[in-house]
Design a protein around this ligand. Structure first.
Ligand SMILES: Nc1ncnc2c1ncn2[C@@H]1O[C@H](COP(=O)(O)OP(=O)(O)O)[C@@H](O)[C@H]1O
Ligand SMILES: [Mg+2]
Length: 235
């Protein structure tokens, strides 16, 4: 049976679609089979060519049921459902059928307040800081806002996904032959983290980056880059 992850949240523009594709690409680069499932009726399906994952169109209720039923029959697959946003009913439905739920949020107070409500509504969900600044000052301020406003939920906050302008390449209908290395590394780091949450053992030998002779820098974030997660582990 496939693991099903949904990326939801009651707010648009937080990075759900980007995160879904980065995660699938990362899982693919790590040698895991994944499908990115589109449910947003305002978006066009993307071509699978060149991606390390397949794409599925589930913009109607019937097609979503079909895609999920199909995924359920596939062993060792991971399905990532990109929720549309601003659709509480749909979010509830996706939550009910998922093994893991991801709630991306940006650093604004409004986003943080929204994600706190969503964390309360969806007890199995994890919040993912999205489009996080790589500027040390801004990052520090953002991390502090999060700790202040989300302290009771700190054990449910995953490592941030950094702001990376190349991430929009994955949202193009057809992606370029070669993706920039920083994007591939960010995708891998996200993939690894989600495999950890799913408690799926990862064999580094499967990492496609190695196979292709790419330089594979240490993709795990340094301790100081993940204060929230470490803080929760210490407690
Ligand atoms: N990690 C990121 N780095 C830079 N820009 C991002 C990132 N994630 C999302 N964005 C940008 O933010 C906007 C909204 O992202 P999108 O994934 O479409 O959000 P949603 O699906 O939640 O509406 C897009 O312009 C997208 O390119
Ligand atoms: Mg979207």
């Amino acid at each position: 049976m496939a693991e099903i992850i949904c990326v939801i949240g009651n707010k648009g523009g937080t990075g759900k679609t980007t995160l879904s594709h980065m995660l699938c690409q990362g899982l693919g680069l790590l040698g895991h089979r994944s499908a990115c499932v589109l449910t947003d009726t305002t978006r066009e399906p993307l071509k699978p060519d060149g991606r390390r994952y397949i794409t599925a169109d589930a913009r109607t209720r019937e097609s979503l049921t079909k895609v999920v039923d199909k995924l359920r029959t596939l062993d060792n697959w991971i399905g990532v459902i990109d929720g549309g946003g601003n659709r509480t009913e749909m979010d509830r439905k996706l939550y009910a059928l998922s093994d893991i739920v991801l709630l991306p949020f940006r650093e604004s107070h409004e986003d943080i307040r929204t994600v706190v409500r969503d964390l309360e509504m969806f007890p199995r969900a994890y919040a993912v800081p999205s489009q996080w600044s790589t500027n040390p000052w801004q990052r520090d301020a953002a991390d502090r806002s999060v700790l202040q406003m989300m302290r009771p939920y700190r054990h449910r906050i995953l490592n941030p996904v950094n702001a990376l302008s190349a991430s929009k390449l994955l949202l193009q209908k057809t992606i370029p032959d070669q993706l920039p290395t920083p994007l591939s590394n960010a995708c891998r780091a996200l993939g690894r983290q989600i495999l950890e949450v799913l408690e799926i053992d990862h064999d580094d030998a499967l990492d496609i980056g190695y196979e292709h002779g790419e330089v594979n820098p240490e993709v795990r974030l340094a301790a100081e880059e993940m204060p929230m997660r470490l803080a929760s582990r210490r407690n």
